[in-house]
Design a protein around this ligand. Structure first.
Ligand SMILES: [Zn+2]
Length: 415
């Protein structure tokens, strides 16, 4: 199973927007660029909502049928590990194997020594096409890096083999993710990691390193854009080199776990893809749920009331809601409006506060981030929430499609 060149990870927390999301890929195809949709949902999301991976499969298949989509599409078991992969095996055909927690874990000294022995080619001056300065790598660096990452790669291989055994085939896409960690991996480290991946015969098609800067959920990138651009290009060059050198899958590409809405780095990504011909997988996280709230607020009346109630509850339980996402949100509590103020807002005021438009003085990123992690509140509302989604399907779908197509696909792949 081959992941095509450009793919977009999309989250659909309540499994009601797959069709509207797929419509954005239809529009992209009509504009001349094929984007492969990948519906991703993590175990954490399933647990908070109380949903099953099979529900995501049903929603995706229904959307594909409704729009007569004939090109590939995938279902991503997002950030799984050895204790969570199992229930994702039947419905999923894309597995994001998360080994960030295994970075730095001690490996056997003999294993490290074997790795260093096996890879004399990693020592010396390594000139990678596309990177200006050759890397000067010594044996000590290879040893240090293997100590840092070998256990994580071997653990990823163990998870991969467990999935193969459970699925009874290798017909799926595998990704290794190392993004949820403190320190970005450098290109020479990435090269060592990919050598280890090849040793394990792990046929990954995407790899998600950690980049410099902050990738908070639902808001823009915080960091040094030129530095990101350089890292991104160096990583592309390193992957191309490793594919050649170690016989990794030819379509191996970077996966950017963007957390959505990293508008300020989209031009750098687009330019790098254009210059190098590389592919990319961009995960956009669960901001589709915010488009549901935007649609409900636009609809007004009882739908707007519901959107206000969601905020009031989220405000009241902010500590609980933020805790699982502490490392990927930055909320200034002092800038959150009081629920009583929000109740007095018009639909337009609600939409303008929530919609990510930096040019709008009424846009409130703190309000947006709290609602982003507040989906548990809507999940608890049960059918009151999902009935409202169905009653207001048209206005919500319009926002879901426009958000994905105009704010993400267009700047990343089309402009
Ligand atoms: Zn991630």
């Amino acid at each position: 199973m081959q992941l095509p060149k450009y793919s977009l990870g999309m989250g659909d927390r309540f499994a009601h927007q797959a069709k509207a999301q797929l419509q954005a890929c239809v529009l992209s195809g009509e504009a001349g660029v094929d984007i492969t949709p990948v519906w991703n949902k993590s175990n954490r999301e399933h647990l908070i909502i109380g949903s099953e991976p099979g529900g995501t499969r049903a929603a995706a298949d229904a959307a594909v049928q409704a729009l007569r989509w004939t090109r590939p599409y995938f279902l991503d078991a997002d950030h799984i590990n050895l204790s969570t992969y199992e229930r994702f095996v039947p419905p999923c055909d894309f597995f994001t194997i998360d080994v960030a927690d295994n970075i730095g874990q001690k490996s056997d000294d003999a294993e490290i020594a074997k790795f260093v022995e096996r890879h004399p080619e990693l020592v010396g001056s390594i000139a990678i096409p596309g990177i200006v300065e050759p890397f000067q790598i010594d044996r000590a660096f290879v040893e240090r890096t293997a100590k840092q990452f070998l256990a994580a790669v071997q653990h990823a291989a163990a998870i991969y083999r467990a999935i193969v055994a459970s699925k009874g085939s290798e017909d799926f896409v595998a990704e290794i993710s190392m993004d949820e960690t403190d320190r970005p991996q450098t290109p020479p480290e990435l090269l060592v990691i990919l050598a280890a991946v090849a040793d394990e015969r792990l046929p990954i098609q995407t790899i998600a390193p950690k980049f410099t800067g902050r990738f908070n959920k639902g808001v823009d990138y915080v960091g040094d854009v030129p530095q990101f651009a350089k890292e991104f290009r160096d990583d592309i060059a390193t992957i191309a080199y490793a594919v050649e050198r170690y016989g990794l899958p030819a379509n191996l590409k970077l996966s950017v776990h963007s957390g959505s809405d990293k508008f300020s780095i989209y031009p750098a990504i687009r330019q790098a893809l254009r210059d190098t011909g590389a592919g990319v997988h961009v995960k956009t996280a669960g901001t589709t749920w915010l488009e549901e709230l935007i649609g409900l607020a636009e609809a007004g009346g009882s739908a707007l009331e519901l959107a206000c109630d969601v905020y009031a509850e989220a405000y009241a339980h902010a500590d609980d809601l933020c805790a699982p996402y502490a490392t990927v949100i930055d909320i200034d509590r002092a800038k959150l409006p009081l629920p009583s103020e929000v109740e007095a807002w018009t639909g337009e005021q609600y939409v303008r506060a929530l919609r990510h438009n930096d040019a709008d003085p009424d846009y409130n990123p703190d309000f947006r981030q709290l609602l982003h992690v507040g989906f548990k509140v809507a999940a608890k509302m049960g059918t009151r929430y999902t009935d409202a989604l169905m009653r207001n399907e048209a206005v919500i779908a319009r926002n879901v499609t426009a958000n994905l197509f105009e704010r993400h696909i267009h700047p990343l792949f089309l402009s």
